[in-house]
Design a protein around this ligand. Structure first.
Ligand code: ADP
Ligand code: MG
Ligand code: ZN
Length: 426
């Protein structure tokens, strides 16, 4: 125990209304409270936010939270405000008065807020912001710097943001202020790169497992004709996943609209979701799915944030993801209730070209796509074993429990891959 242990438990209970910590949350909290730099690696949904939100309330002073996505920060501000935790957000689009108010806050002798969320470009591009943050630091009021989605620093990650490079100066500008980086990207290559960029080499790395024992992983051969693809989806939804909720991911807006329309023509209740839709129609689609009016949503990766449906029983990838990290995150939306759920990927060679153009145009990394292809092409090794290796973990060979297509039917992979078999089994 530490001098703050009692307070930590009290805040968990009384402020966050939670009964217990999830794996590794407490070690992350203790290490940052003891003033060490640390990287926290946990799968999406594991509860990384608590690792900086809770410590912020234990000691006096301000926690700066750097995050790449405004909508994510807005969600957090909402939930913090609901818990009566004083928190604010500044972005490049905040109204001028609000920015001025926050800048003044940084200079105040007593900081009335506990957490200040900023985008990396606010740090990178505003001299005035940095000058005021310096004053906050000089007054001994800068308690901690949390960097969410910290893999965005690294070009080797799957989501590089140039503005994150600037964060390297923080450790020298604010010595003795602990930096807490958080990510769901686990490869040693990226983590080492992140430490170098942030200048916190050799810092503590706290990692929780990526194993999701209740998810069944499977690859199906994807037919060349769209017609046949739709038939596969139709059969899966009508027979294997009858009455259950799920998501069908595809890689283009056009595909998501076409597939949804074709499935509706075949009598299925499905919604469509992508970034070009109005916020209002997106909300409607989401809630119709939540209420089980829609069995499935055919979506691009734009459908991801704020999904808190625990009983998602299937995630079908109509097109492969652009990296294993993305795949893990998208398929990981299944089975949050701990009950069995299936993650099925339709794979064909032509899609590699489709996805690689996308990867190139978004300055993504081809190595990340190769990991995804390796996972799909494999017909010999346990698929969970491949996922474990990708995240540099050892789940133990015995651990699959027939929860992948290879282990559940080792001698007939090719036969298994056929749709008829897939619909019959279970
Ligand atoms: P991440 O950033 O790792 O993807 P979040 O911080 O957004 O995950 O948390 C995901 C969900 O888990 C949130 O709804 C959060 O309230 C919940 N959560 C976090 N920690 C705990 C806990 N110790 N017990 C129960 N729920 C938790
Ligand atoms: Mg998060
Ligand atoms: Zn297996």
């Amino acid at each position: 125990t530490y001098e703050w242990s009692e307070d930590v438990n009290r805040v968990l209970r009384d402020t966050f209304k939670l009964n217990s910590f999830r794996p590794k949350q407490l070690s992350a909290i203790n290490s940052t409270l003891s003033g060490q730099h640390a990287l926290v690696v946990m799968p999406t949904g594991a509860g990384k936010s608590l690792c900086y939100q809770l410590p912020a309330l234990i000691k006096p002073g301000l926690t700066i939270v750097i995050s790449p996505l405004i909508s994510l920060m807005e969600d957090q501000i909402r939930s913090l405000t609901a818990r009566k935790i004083p928190a604010k957000l500044v972005t490049s689009t905040s109204p001028r008065e609000e920015i001025t108010a926050v800048l003044n806050l940084l200079k105040d002798k007593i900081t009335p807020i506990k957490l200040l969320y900023v985008t990396p470009e606010r740090l990178a591009k505003s001299k005035r912001f940095m000058a005021n943050l310096q004053q906050c630091y000089a007054g001994g009021r800068l308690q901690r710097i949390a960097i969410d989605e910290v893999h965005c620093c690294s070009q080797w990650g799957h989501d590089f943001r140039p503005d994150y490079k600037f964060l390297g100066i923080l450790s020298s500008m604010f010595p003795n202020v602990p930096i807490l980086g958080l990510t769901a990207t686990a490869t040693a290559h990226v983590l080492n790169d992140v430490q170098k960029i942030l200048n916190i080499q050799g810092c503590l790395v706290i990692k929780s497992t990526f194993n999701r024992p209740n998810l069944f992983y499977k690859i199906l051969e994807k037919p060349t004709s769209q017609e046949e693809c739709i038939t596969i989806l139709e059969k899966l939804l009508k027979y294997r996943y009858k009455g259950e909720s799920g998501i069908i991911y595809t890689n283009s807006i056009k595909d998501s609209e076409d597939l949804a329309e074709e499935l509706r023509k075949r009598g299925l209740k499905v919604g469509c979701y992508h970034a070009h839709m109005e916020a209002d129609s997106r909300r409607k689609v989401h809630s119709k799915w939540h209420e089980k009016y829609y069995q499935a949503i055919v979506a691009t990766v734009a459908f991801g944030m704020g999904i808190d449906k625990p009983d998602v029983r299937f995630i079908i990838h109509h097109t492969i993801s652009k990296s294993m990290e993305n795949y893990y995150q998208e398929s990981g939306r299944a089975g949050r209730d701990g009950k069995r759920a299936e993650c099925v990927t339709l794979y064909r060679m032509q899609d590699i070209f489709k996805v690689s153009t996308m990867v190139f145009s978004s300055a993504g990394n081809m190595d990340n796509l190769y990991g995804m292809i390796k996972y799909c092409l494999n017909g010999k090794y346990c698929r969970r074993q491949l996922i474990a290796e990708h995240f540099e973990e050892d789940w133990g060979y015995a651990d699959c429990n027939k929860m992948c297509d290879v282990c559940s039917n080792p001698c007939s992979i090719l036969r298994e891959i056929s749709l008829e078999n897939h619909c019959k089994t279970l």
